[in-house]
Design a protein around this ligand. Structure first.
Ligand code: AMP
Ligand code: ZN
Length: 153
């Protein structure tokens, strides 16, 4: 492979974010490592709204290996305060829409870093879900057991 050339073996052909990684479509890149790219969201929710993506194509967070997951989160942790500082924000929401039912439109993992400003009229991340379920203590115990079983805890 030519040094510096995009590794197309890690790309999905019809993925916009893979095309950005490959340099085939433009983006306002703000940060880059061997494994991670961060660029401004083209339709920002706030000044400085940034997307942090793995350079390799992965649809869901669960598809990231531990190395890539760490690389993405390291970048998010490093960038979030820098983005806030750059746009003089008071706080930030960090989130991933993981799957269509959660609002994921681009099927390539991306963490949104959305700077927040006092009095901006926005909501906390709790606002993303639908109606809150009314769960009894027994139901909460059962849910905890189901998840613990699924995670092998
Ligand atoms: P999601 O709903 O989590 O999949 O979010 C996709 C995000 O990607 C949206 O906030 C879009 O504004 C953003 N987006 C879509 N196409 C581009 C692009 N070419 N460059 C930058 N951001 C994009
Ligand atoms: Zn992709």
């Amino acid at each position: 492979m030519i040094p510096g050339a995009p590794d197309r073996t890690r790309m999905s052909d019809d993925c916009i974010f893979c095309s950005i990684v490959a340099g085939d479509i433009p983006a306002r890149t703000v940060y880059e490592t061997d494994d991670v790219l961060a660029f401004l969201d083209a339709n920002p929710l706030a000044r400085g709204h940034t997307l942090v993506i793995p350079k390799s194509h992965a649809r869901h967070v669960g598809d990231l290996g531990s190395e890539l997951a760490s690389a993405v989160f390291d970048a998010v942790a490093e960038l979030t305060p820098r983005i806030q500082e750059a746009v003089d924000a008071d706080a930030a929401n960090v989130g991933i829409n993981d799957g269509e039912a959660a609002g994921q439109e681009i099927p390539h993992v991306h963490a949104h870093v959305v700077p927040r400003f006092e009095g901006d009229g926005g909501s906390p991340i709790h606002a993303v879900a639908g109606r809150r379920p009314d769960l009894s203590d027994e139901e909460l115990d059962a849910v905890a057991d189901e998840i613990a079983d699924a995670t092998g805890a």
